[in-house]
Design a protein around this ligand. Sequence first.
Ligand SMILES: [Zn+2]
Length: 346
Amino acid sequence: MNIVKNLVSPSLYYCKCPYSMNPTRIVVHNTANDASARNEIQYMINNRNEVSYHYAVDDKEIVQGIPENRNAWHAGDGGNGLGNRQGIAIEICYSKSGGARFDAAEALAAKFIAYKLKEKGWGIAQVTKHQDYSNKYCPHRTLDKGWQRFLNMIQAELGQTTQSSPSTPSAPNTSSGEKYSTGTPICTNTLSVNCNGTGKVYTGDWSGTIGRVIKGAKYPYRVDRNGVAIGWTNNTGIDTDPHTPGGSQTQAVQTVLNSVPSDFIRESATFYPNITLKIRKAPTEKGIDTGLYYSNGMSVRYDGYVKREGFVWISWISASTGERRWMKAGVLNSKGYNTNPYGRFI
Ligand SMILES: [Zn+2]
């Protein structure tokens, strides 16, 4: 595939793509602009804004601005977000006015994404959209026209059978077997601490509302209660006859999953501090000091983070007490990115 390269100068990596990246997904965007791919990339690599993306695609060509082994700032999910740290960002041009130019750009993007999936041995589940990572309605025109329709275009390029398009555009649960949609009240007997099932999975009895659906994930439904995410579940865990949960095990597991605030962002990774950092019981400088700390040479496996008081606070469940613990892991810049971490995230 012919790809025009106009890569950002390494002297601007600190701003545009500060982290090395091992990509795990595609993140699709619309530019909400009427500029060509060349102009989008030229503008992006020349300014000093912490906004970046790997590719822009218009009706004629694909232009690359950031190497695929560097991260980019596009998904709105923060300095440690899966979108920003593991996603190959693809901007589809001419979405502001739409029309034939946009349709052709979308068609070329579908062809290009199919090519990338083949190259990396990925499937259609690796094609995600900006909206999956933050509340932004992006890729706006692609969503208006139908997200499943766009996935079908990619699958057609791959020579795969496609699913019928939903009657409402971009319904959240129309593929990969997700039966429930956001806002559905449910009960479940299974809660995973993250959507991919790599962390702890609990059995018990919980009620809540589906707060988010991540298509193709092992545990695609985020269960919310009173606006607070309590875990992730799947089709087999969900009880279609909602009831009032009971039992002591419920209490015990809720304690384990306790106090996850609504701004909590799930992320399973390991942090290696390079300075000594206090472990607290809440994500605030006023949080109770446990008297314990992590320091250089140690590491902590965490399951998510919040941004509070100008810092990113990582969090995990203490193995010894079963309580949630918090620790500052970096200073946020004015845009809310963790540009000054107190160590390495791996
Ligand atoms: Zn976007």
